[in-house]
Design a protein around this ligand. Structure first.
Ligand code: WQD
Length: 324
């Protein structure tokens, strides 16, 4: 892999920054584009601090997605693309669906066109466990019937179908769809982590902001779910494990036998409820998290967690952190 050049869209974001750190450590060169919709340019300075000057020298950076074509012209030869860029909050997507269709769908379709123009046809695509909707059977197996239940999940489902159609029609495209479950935590240095703009949509950054006093209390959305404590269950995975899942997927794309468009779950296979997450955070941090029990959030599923065998068998990847 030494020296291969990878374009990382959304590379200044939560999962993007952690993946860039691991890509550099694995010997890849990296070019990043980001429109800072939900990230800050300073995050890239922190990435450079984490990896040190020698590896930092292997990072290029290009602002805003309409530069994608310029990025390609400038570099001409990307060996592959990891496509993170997109909006990713379930609740927000219910409120503002058009933003999600524009950003996630149009943005990705534009990216495919530029990739095709410059004959770069290897993509690791950031998909999501939300394509499973409220699965009949859990843990979710990759060939489970897909049926998203919110606009965010529908954009990811549409984009998976688009990827399948492209690779069906043009056999030289090699695409891996990574279905993330719930990314949490941060790089051990503490220099990079989840720092969304405005009020966090996701559970963990919200809890963290309550813990530091930036927000008064956590709204617990739904306590009447048919689960062990009435709150919804998700599969929370350490972001460093998720980053390593991208490295494994990228390496798979460069193997001669990889063909077509293949989905993989990136999760732990364990379900944790909202109240269990709060209790674990309180235990680990010693901070009490005040809570308010609220009605369910539109678009939320009751329980979603991953079957993890396929990624272990075909990518040689399994989560290692957050084991307790
Ligand atoms: C988790 C649970 C909420 C906030 C995320 C990502 C999505 C995808 C899947 C990557 C739910 C509850 C939340 C709060 C709460 N991952 N909650 N109070 O909706 O599972 O989706 O993981 O693609 O991108 O967004 O995550 O953290 O928003 O919610 O009670 O203030 O926490 O109702 O049950 P979700 P989440």
């Amino acid at each position: 892999m030494e020296g291969k050049l990878v374009l990382v869209t959304g590379g200044a974001g939560f999962i993007g920054t952690h993946t860039v750190v691991q890509l550099l450590k694995e010997g890849f060169r990296v070019s990043i584009i980001d429109n800072f919709d939900n990230s800050v340019e300073e995050a890239l300075d922190r990435v450079k601090e984490v990896v040190g000057p020698a590896l930092a020298a292997k990072i290029e950076f290009h602002f805003v997605s309409f530069f994608v074509s310029m990025t390609f012209q400038k570099n001409c030869r990307f060996d592959g693309v990891i496509h993170f860029a997109g909006r990713k909050a379930v609740g927000e997507s219910v409120e503002y669906p058009r933003r999600y269709f524009d950003n996630n769908l149009i943005g990705t379709i534009n990216l495919y066109e530029v990739m095709a123009k410059y004959n770069c046809k290897k993509m690791v695509f950031s998909s999501s466990s939300t394509v499973y909707g409220q699965p009949e059977k859990i843990p979710c197996v990759e060939d489970t019937e897909l049926k998203a239940m919110n606009p965010y999940g529908r954009t990811k489902l549409f984009l998976e179908e688009i990827a399948r159609d492209i690779s069906q029609a043009e056999s030289d495209w090699q695409i891996i769809l990574l279905r993330y479950f719930n990314p949490v935590a941060a790089h051990e240095s503490g220099k990079i982590g989840e720092d969304p703009k405005g009020i966090p949509n996701n559970l963990m950054p919200y809890i963290q902001q309550v813990a530091v006093g930036r927000l008064p209390e956590l709204n617990v959305y739904g306590h009447d779910y048919p689960t062990r404590d009435g709150t919804a269950i998700r599969d929370y995975i350490h972001v460093m494990d998720l980053a390593d899942g991208h490295i494994a997927a990228l390496k798979k794309l460069f193997t001669p036998d990889f063909k077509g468009c293949v989905p993989y779950n990136l999760g732990t296979g364990r379900g944790t409820s909202v109240l269990e997450m709060v209790a674990a955070f309180e235990k680990a941090s010693g901070k009490k998290i005040p809570m308010k029990l609220c009605p369910r959030r539109a678009g939320d599923a009751t329980a979603v967690y991953a079957a993890v065998d396929k990624a272990a068998k075909e990518l040689g990847w399994k989560y290692v952190l957050l084991t307790s």
